[in-house]
Design a protein around this ligand. Structure first.
Ligand code: SAM
Length: 254
């Protein structure tokens, strides 16, 4: 069967590599696992052998029909044919995600899963290496931004290992990384108003080359005074500002 580029189909077949991903996710017989985009189902089968139960969500009807037949012997496996972004994860029992996801919707998938963080325990995702580097980035570099701060607020991300592009069929343009994100019990900073915190972060990075006081002015006209009160030099750029700094600023403003 020909892989569909429009659905981000780059498949993994190496059983050792797939096992290594499942090991990195720390899957045991106790776990309910969600796999997004099972594709030809090589990892799905290993997951069904190692987890308590598996829910696999595949948008491609042709692949879905094939999986239903080929993996019909696994009674702890449920396969559904739908768009993962429409799936109501909040209704799930506590679960872990293990998936080689379609890259064209990497951030929508992560944010959709984070919305169900009360049930989500961890996500171990194979994603573009460059996106994984942005997720784990710390203040001080070009990779650090809204994605780093949003994920790190809710989860503790760590890159597990790199998968060279040659391991996929068809071979994509870039290398991938397996990243594990464990959901935090509580955020690394406490703020009065989470929405305000993220409005400030988005505004600060919307013009990341500008100084903070210039980038924040459209949102908070007298931001210079607030920045000084929060002990943040107004000429700094967003990429140097930690979550703790942003939290102090948000609390002063809200
Ligand atoms: N897990 C398989 C593997 O590693 O070989 C396939 C990975 S492939 C990168 C991504 C898979 O996600 C494809 O099977 C594709 O059809 C499926 N997919 C694409 N968009 C999707 C969506 N919105 N919801 C669910 N599955 C989707």
């Amino acid at each position: 069967m020909k892989a569909k580029k429009s659905l981000g189909q780059n498949f993994l077949f190496d059983p050792l590599l797939l096992s290594r991903i499942i090991d990195a996710a720390g899957i045991t017989r106790e776990d309910t696992v969600v796999e997004i985009g099972p594709g030809p189902g090589k990892m799905t089968e290993l997951l069904a052998q190692r987890a308590k139960s598996v829910l696999a969500i595949e948008l491609d009807t042709e692949l879905y029909e094939r999986l239903k037949t080929e993996l019909s012997g696994y009674f702890n496996l449920e396969i559904i044919n739908m768009d993962v972004l429409q799936y109501p994860f909040a209704q799930q029992e506590p679960f872990k995600v293990v998936a080689n996801i379609p890259y064209y919707i990497t951030t929508p998938i992560i944010f959709h899963l984070l919305e169900s963080r009360s049930k989500l325990r961890s996500m171990t995702l194979t994603i573009q290496k460059e996106v994984a580097e942005r997720i784990v980035a710390l203040p001080g570099g070009k990779d650090y931004g809204v994605l780093s701060l949003s994920v790190q607020y809710y989860a503790d991300p760590a890159i597990q290992f790199i998968i060279p592009k040659e391991a996929f069929r068809p071979v994509p343009k870039v290398d991938s990384a397996v990243i594990r994100m464990d959901i935090r019990e509580k955020p690394p900073v406490q703020v009065n108003d989470e929405q305000m915190l993220f409005r400030i972060i988005r505004a600060a990075f919307s013009q990341r080359r500008k100084t903070l006081s210039n980038a924040l002015k459209p949102l908070i006209p007298d931001c210079r005074e607030y920045l000084i009160r929060a002990d943040i030099d107004p000429v700094r750029r967003a990429e140097t500002v930690s979550i703790q700094d942003f939290a102090r600023l948000a609390d002063l403003i809200s």
